[in-house]
Unconditional design. Structure first.
Length: 238
């Protein structure tokens, strides 16, 4: 069985990337990539669901430049089963930008998202990791909006999914996290996922790199690794 939003008890914003048509006549497969918010409250039932759904690898993007040691997960993930990869996606520029403007509703997160692209070594690690995953991949940050949103945009864009679908996928986040008790300690502006944020990010990326794939290649990900991901993620229309 396939889902648009996975019915997890402890993560409201776990969503499939399957089912998106591409501009060159293909469609993204289900059960290959799932984006999510943090897994702190997932249950034993959730763990079993993810196993049956085919998830083998979990990528955690939380953390910031102030954290120097490896992240020790306090989540309820079955670490005896899942391959857990800690790849914190943050940098000083992005943190300073968010700290300065996060309480201002005129703040455009898209500019902050673009600053994340300077993390080329970490972005490369993300794509190399998912290229070599044994099965389905679930990746997440805290809200499943910002760092997760950037990786989702790159992944879908690399596979030639339309910008409109990438933006729509991003916008959905707020609906699922606005009432999440895990987000109560954050500013309301942190939860918002306006279309203009992702639109700004996409425009800035294309102004400087031309295409999503050009950017990913510039990080040190090989063409072969990109094609490996596409082969797993894309199929022809039936």
């Amino acid at each position: 069985m396939e889902f648009v939003r996975l019915p997890l008890e402890g993560a409201n914003n776990a969503r499939e990337l399957g089912g998106y048509p591409t501009l060159d006549g293909k469609v993204t497969r289900f059960k290959v990539f799932v984006r999510a918010n943090r897994l702190k409250n997932i249950t034993k039932k959730d763990n079993e669901f993810l196993k049956k759904y085919g998830i083998t690898d979990i990528l955690d993007f939380r953390g910031n430049t102030k954290i120097q040691n490896d992240f020790v997960s306090d989540d309820n993930i079955d670490l005896d089963y899942f391959n857990y990869h800690y790849i914190p996606l943050s940098n000083v520029e992005t943190e300073e930008y968010i700290e300065k403007y996060a309480l201002d509703d005129s703040f455009d997160f898209g500019e902050g998202y673009y600053l994340l692209l300077s993390n080329k070594d970490k972005i490369a690690k993300v794509f190399k990791t998912i290229a070599n995953a044994k099965g389905g991949v679930l990746y997440h940050c805290t809200a499943g909006k910002d760092r997760t949103g950037v990786i989702t945009a790159l992944l879908l864009g690399m596979c030639n999914v339309s910008d409109k679908d990438i933006i729509a996928n991003y916008q959905t986040t707020y609906t699922y996290i606005k009432d999440d008790e895990l987000m109560n300690s954050y500013s309301p502006y942190i939860r918002v996922s306006k279309a203009k944020f992702m639109d700004t990010f996409i425009k800035r990326l294309k102004e400087n790199y031309g295409t999503y794939e050009n950017y990913i290649l510039s990080c040190g990900v090989s063409k072969e690794e990109i094609e490996k991901i596409k082969d797993r993620f894309l199929e022809e229309y039936i």
